[in-house]
Design a binder for this molecule. Sequence first.
Ligand code: ZN
Length: 176
Amino acid sequence: MRVAIGDPIATRRSRTSFLTDHLPELDRRWMEEAIREAEAAGARGEVPIGALVVRGGVMLARAGNASVGRRDPTAHAEILALRAAARAIANYRLSDAILYVTVEPCAMCMGAALHARVARLVYGCADPKGGAAGSLFDLARDPRLNHRIPVTAGVSEEACRILLQDFFRARRAGPA
Ligand code: ZN
């Protein structure tokens, strides 16, 4: 459904129904896909975090962490997914898109999500040591920024958290 450009009321109504269409069950289903990306990342020796970008019920992009393999400190799952989604729609603004990620994004990834103007963020488990969507910083709701991102936290929280815990436990137990 398209709305007329420059019609703020129509735009607002459309945005609202778009957001309320996303029921918890749908969030859990998409999060399952993000968890698969996280598992695949873990199997490659990366920190097991996965992300998706979904717009209008269609997955535009999916990615897992790849910093180790790419030797790239910016190759977080969210960054890779946002880049691929923007390429897929040939637009760096992802205004009607939802970013799903298994773990609360860091400051860099929240910065990218803000630049992309994503409509919503859904994450699995919080990251008390580095999360920038409410834990350590709250870049999603900072009134000084010119964009706000509604956040749904704790979707499939346990599965996302256990993946991380198992990964770090195995790494600590592994050969030095
Ligand atoms: Zn990040």
